[in-house]
Ligand binder design. Structure first.
Ligand code: ZN
Ligand code: ZN
Length: 164
């Protein structure tokens, strides 16, 4: 969504609210299968002594797949950001501030970047996901599988060799 900032660019103390639904396709990281509801974002751009700052929050209800056990799970996530908007493009592209495009800003782009940058490295169905048994492939979150537990590591190597 394009947010026109003409009314506040020259008005210290002024602010403008926004509320938008960023395109879900742009938010699809590999562990995300889909969104249960349309992702939504809202926030405010404010002019503080001539400096524009965008403060926003994006809320997503996702259907994900666990990195460790492959099971599907639901996750709700809120990300927040506060970034300065520069009225001239920065010399260095440090990703910390956004240049204005004309007299406005594409708030979907800012909020989408914020979501992607915030994404954690591992997506687990639960923090203590036990993963799959390397021997029989059973999901260990469902309980023990009957394979021998706590095998001596040296012995486990021998077992793997014998399996081949
Ligand atoms: Zn899992
Ligand atoms: Zn097993």
């Amino acid at each position: 969504m394009w947010l026109d900032l003409r009314d506040i660019i020259e008005m210290p103390g002024a602010s403008k609210d926004f509320s938008t639904n960023p395109a879900p396709e742009a938010l699809l990281l590999p562990p995300i299968l889909g969104f249960r509801t349309p992702p939504s974002a809202s926030g405010t751009v404010s002019n503080t002594a001539g400096v524009l700052t965008l403060r926003g929050r994006l809320w997503a209800q996702m259907r994900c797949v666990c990195d460790r056990c492959g099971r599907e799970f639901d996750r709700d996530k809120t990300v927040e950001t506060a970034v300065p908007l520069a009225d001239v493009p920065e010399d260095r592209d440090d990703g910390v501030s956004y240049p204005l495009e004309g007299d406005g800003i594409d708030v979907d782009r800012v909020m989408t970047d914020c979501f992607l940058l915030d994404a954690e490295g591992q997506w687990l169905c639960r923090p203590d996901c036990k993963g799959l048994c390397p021997v029989c492939g059973k999901n260990r979150n469902d309980g023990p599988c009957g394979c021998r537990q706590n095998v001596d590591p040296r012995f486990a190597v021998l077992e793997q060799l014998l399996d081949k």
